[in-house]
Design a protein around this ligand. Structure first.
Ligand code: WQD
Length: 337
């Protein structure tokens, strides 16, 4: 079966391509290479022994999207990762985010609805919950006003898919990721942040390697056990496997609704200081850091209630924070070595 993976050379996309190939799927990767590099294809091949078909494609170009789908009439599903994802950048440049995250989704759905098998997996985010009232967060927690244009594009994306699935043959699963971290155990693929990392874990591993002077911890005055903010850090390979399981659910017509939603996390919250201490444990290095003020738009706490994914998808995150941090550190050493 042929599956299209948009943004398939990105961090989560590339790990998902590996898991799709491991399950015997024929994969066509589309990516505009704006936030990754072609070398990721080599990494994928080094892991699975198979090079996925690749087409450089900017999904903002509607005609090119139409032509691409015309050239692939036998598609069984799409896993849609392609989007911009830097929260801070989205505040500075909202129109870039609305164009790149919304228009592209519309163009892909307009073509997918024409296929006899219109199965769609959407890369969403726990950011749609904002600061949820109750921890752990379930899928029916209220959707708060987005804290950033990036978060808003995920909320709008979910609404577009829901409205479209109602009146087309599209079946969809929305996967709300918590905080993806780590790298493939082979160290053939991993996170490739361009410029100064915005996310905690790549900043930690770059600091550990000596590329950054010290980590700034954004606030230790949160109402949490140690004062630093709490998140649910999930190994990217666990996340990738969930995408294949969700896709197979649709292909096997096991879904019980046109659109289903699942939180993908470990179910455990970890504070910034706990992540730092875990890094120090797995690397044997002391991490230089300083406490600074809170980052605009950050929430206190977010970790997933994973019951629905565990029971309905039959999926559960396998890696611990320690294993995920060890894989992130191993990857940092590999790419800088
Ligand atoms: C985690 C914690 C920071 C950097 C965002 C998006 C989410 C997803 C993941 C795309 C927070 C603290 C961070 C640093 C720090 N993105 N931190 N110093 O903000 O939870 O989630 O990225 O899919 O949708 O919202 O992740 O890694 O940026 O921050 O203290 O240098 O680490 O304040 O508490 P976040 P993050």
């Amino acid at each position: 079966m042929k599956i299209v993976v948009t943004g398939g050379l990105g961090f989560i996309g590339s790990h998902t391509v590996v898991e799709l190939q491991n399950e015997g799927f024929e994969v066509v990767v589309v990516d505009n290479l704006s936030n990754t590099s072609l070398s990721v294809l080599d990494g994928i091949q080094n892991i699975t022994g198979k090079v996925p078909a690749f087409e450089k494609l900017d999904l903002r170009e509607k005609e090119k999207v139409q032509n691409f789908f015309k050239r692939h009439p036998d598609i069984s599903g799409v896993i849609h990762f392609a989007a911009s994802k830097a929260v801070g950048e989205s505040v500075e440049n909202p129109l870039l985010y609305y164009e790149n995250n919304i228009n592209t989704l519309v163009y892909v759905l307009q073509e997918l609805q024409l296929k006899p098998e219109a199965n769609f997996i959407f890369s969403s985010s726990c950011t749609v919950y904002g600061q949820a009232e109750t921890m752990p967060i379930t899928e029916n927690a209220s959707i708060q006003t987005a804290m950033s244009p990036y978060g808003n594009t995920k909320q709008i994306g979910e609404e577009i898919i829901t409205d479209t699935a109602k009146v087309t043959n599209i079946n969809a699963i929305l996967l709300r990721y918590f905080n993806p971290i780590g790298a493939h155990p082979s160290t053939e693929i991993g996170e490739l942040p361009i410029g100064v990392p915005q996310n905690l874990v790549p900043f930690i591993t770059q600091t550990g390697f000596g590329l950054r002077k010290e980590l700034s911890v954004y606030g230790d005055d949160y109402p949490t056990p140690d004062g630093t903010a709490v998140r649910d850090y999930i190994h990217v390979v666990d996340l990738a496997k969930a995408h294949v399981i969700a896709l197979q659910r649709l292909l096997n017509k096991k879904n019980t609704a046109k659109v289903e939603t699942f939180n993908l996390g470990t179910g455990t919250g970890s504070s910034v200081l706990e992540v730092i201490h875990t890094f120090e444990k797995v690397s044997g290095k002391k991490l230089p850091y300083k406490i600074v003020g809170r980052r605009e738009g950050d929430i206190t706490s977010a970790y997933a209630n994973t019951d629905k994914a565990n029971t309905i998808l039959g999926w559960k995150a396998q890696s611990t924070l320690e294993q995920a941090m060890a894989s992130a550190w191993k990857w940092e050493q590999k790419i800088r070595g």
